[in-house]
Design a protein around this ligand. Structure first.
Ligand SMILES: C[S@@+](CC[C@H](N)C(=O)[O-])C[C@H]1O[C@@H](n2cnc3c(N)ncnc32)[C@H](O)[C@@H]1O
Length: 320
């Protein structure tokens, strides 16, 4: 068979229904909505739309651009981890949410091996979870909500009270989750609460399950402190007070903010007047922190942190 003819035949293989379903899942990472599915099936069957044009339209949709940005963020983080490089001074495109910073920051610091607890995994991005699954760590997902993900242990539990013995976890990942603990989680199918103290309870509990020398990677939105119902926003000093109250030591920390030109590291970020959703689709700024349990707490003060950040500041590196 001529390979070019064979390639065209392959592309036409299978029923239209299955083709549309697979294309949506692979390109947009979601099943097609009823309207889009119906429209595509009618056009494919009456011949007013070819399969190639259907794929082209999906790939060039604005939604697909956002999916690719997440994919790139995950690839960047995993490639840095493979090189042994902890990413800092990251940059991300304008108009995107904070995951383009959080995911590479966290993934580049992912432990090489051991038991890694991903807290809040039930609504995490599929490429991020897939990246963790391929990373060769013993992955454990913890969430009050349930999600079926093969290849990882899953624990339905409240992060404030984990069914795990002391000191048995090598690393904890907490991506945009801490701000929701003790808040109105009805959007995730959970209860609505209003208990700001829960965030320190969660951090203490995570400190309890971490082994000596283990690390906790936390990313949280930054902005003018306030209660938004479904999450609570803090400024850098506010988050650091919580970390310190939970007996956690800041090993490394980077604030980032969304500027008109995109996401940029912002060592001197000031939260006054900066609200959630003011500058883009979600957070206007984000704080990425690596914490350890049980070390000296002296530096975990606003003044100590400022000194730590300055000492660690490095020249700007551009994302290509
Ligand atoms: C914004 S989502 C997390 C986003 C996700 N980590 C990511 O990477 O995109 C918040 C998550 O926290 C979970 N959650 C909220 N309160 C919790 C609690 N007390 N214990 C465990 N999980 C909780 C919710 O079910 C939800 O999955």
């Amino acid at each position: 068979m001529d390979p070019l003819v064979e390639a065209v035949l392959d592309a036409q293989d299978g029923a239209d229904e299955e083709f549309v379903e697979r294309a949506f899942r692979e390109i947009l990472r979601r099943p097609p909505d009823e309207e889009a599915r119906g429209r595509a099936l009618v056009k494919l069957s009456d011949g007013t739309l070819s399969r190639s044009t259907f794929l082209y339209e999906l790939v060039t949709a604005p939604e697909a651009v956002r999916v690719r940005e997440r994919d790139d963020a995950v690839a960047l983080g995993l490639a840095a981890r493979a090189r042994g490089e902890r990413l800092s001074w990251l940059q991300g495109p304008a108009g995107t949410d904070e995951r383009v910073i959080e995911l590479p920051w966290v993934l580049s610091r992912l432990a090489g091996e051991g038991r890694v607890l991903e807290v809040g995994y039930a609504f995490a991005e599929a490429p991020y979870l897939a990246g963790l699954l391929r990373a060769g760590v013993e992955l454990v997902g913890v969430d009050l909500a349930e999600r079926d993900v093969d290849g990882m242990e899953r624990i339905v539990a409240d992060v404030r009270s984990l069914p795990l013995p002391d000191g048995t976890v090598d690393q904890v990942l907490l991506v945009s989750t801490l701000e929701h603990v003790g808040a109105d989680n009805s959007g995730y199918g959970l209860d609505s609460e209003n208990d700001p103290a829960s965030r320190v309870d969660a951090l203490r509990e995570l400190g309890r399950v971490l082994r000596s020398g283990g690390r906790l990677l936390v990313t949280v939105p930054l902005g003018e402190p306030g209660d938004h119902g479904w999450f609570r926003l803090e400024d850098v000093a506010g988050w650091n007070r919580l970390f310190s109250s939970a007996g956690l030591f800041v090993e490394e920390q980077e604030p980032y903010e969304l500027l008109p030109e995109g996401w940029r590291a912002a060592p001197a970020f000031r939260a006054d007047g900066v609200g959630y959703g003011d500058r883009g689709p979600a957070a206007s700024a984000v704080l990425c922190t690596e914490l350890s349990a049980g070390r000296l707490r002296r530096l975990a003060t606003p003044d100590g942190l400022a000194r730590t950040v300055r000492r660690r500041a490095r020249p700007l590196r551009h994302r290509s």
